[in-house]
Design a protein around this ligand. Structure first.
Ligand code: PEP
Length: 241
């Protein structure tokens, strides 16, 4: 199972001291088959990778530019630069970026560039509340998958993260039946390719007991709760027992 910590715009060098608890936890649970991946802001990728040396915790980024080559893109960082400082993964298509104008086409270019750089991709998809209420969820997810993964044949390095937009950071989660159905729908879109599908959106220590019972979910993308090591460890512990 994957447990991906999306730190969003959070953390400085001091915050890294809080990771000692998670390192200790992962070392004492080596036999359990789970993978922890931390996705901090770019400023922390290098120092975090150093902290995780000699552990099996990996580091990822939260976004990248679509250009594989250097260029005149002020403030941007590409996938090769992220790989160079220790990232092994990159989150792409997060709704917080879609909301500020990232299109399916741009996400597709970013995914291709990240694959070329040798990064693994955590590809986020999800519907808004308006779309769910209008019963358009499947249509939206189908379109996000088709456009985001257009002309990408090998998806072995792509993990799908289903994150209902209205669930991120709100404490609201889907009812079990609806979530089961949506995950099954996503799975059906890939036929035999069978990618790993994660759930994200307000995962916390209270709802994890319910969420872990949903079939076909291979782990969780955790935002707010992952900033607190105790809560993050608690979620992992509850998921793996
Ligand atoms: C996220 O940022 O991807 C996320 C799921 O956030 P939260 O857990 O805070 O809802």
């Amino acid at each position: 199972m994957y447990f991906i910590a999306n730190w969003k715009m959070f953390g400085d060098l001091r915050t890294l001291n809080t990771l000692d608890k998670v390192i200790k936890f992962s070392k004492t649970n080596k036999k359990n088959k789970f993978q922890i991946i931390y996705c901090p802001p770019n400023t922390l990728i290098r120092p975090m990778s150093r902290r995780f040396k000699k552990t099996n915790i990996e580091v990822g980024a939260q976004n990248c530019h679509d250009s594989y080559d250097y260029g005149a893109f002020t403030g941007q960082v590409n996938s090769r630069m992220l790989k160079n400082v220790g990232a092994k993964y990159v989150i792409l298509g997060h709704s917080e970026n879609r909301q500020i104008g990232e299109t399916d086409n741009l996400i597709n270019l970013k995914i291709k560039s990240a694959i070329k750089s040798g990064l693994k991709i955590i590809f986020c998809i999800g519907e808004t509340l308006k779309e769910r209420r209008a019963k358009k969820t499947n249509q939206i997810l189908k379109s996000q998958i088709e456009k985001g993964l257009k002309s990408i044949k090998n998806i072995s390095n792509i993990i799908i993260a289903y994150e209902p937009v209205w669930s991120i950071g709100t404490g609201e989660i889907l009812k079990e039946v609806a979530l089961t159905e949506t995950i099954l729908f996503i799975k059906s879109r890939f036929k035999k390719k069978n990618p790993k599908i994660l759930y994200g959106g307000s995962v916390n220590t209270n709802n994890i007991d319910k969420l872990k019972k949903i079939p076909n979910i291979y782990g969780f993308l955790i935002g707010g709760a992952s900033q607190n090591p105790k809560k993050f460890i608690d979620i992992i512990q509850k998921s793996i027992i």
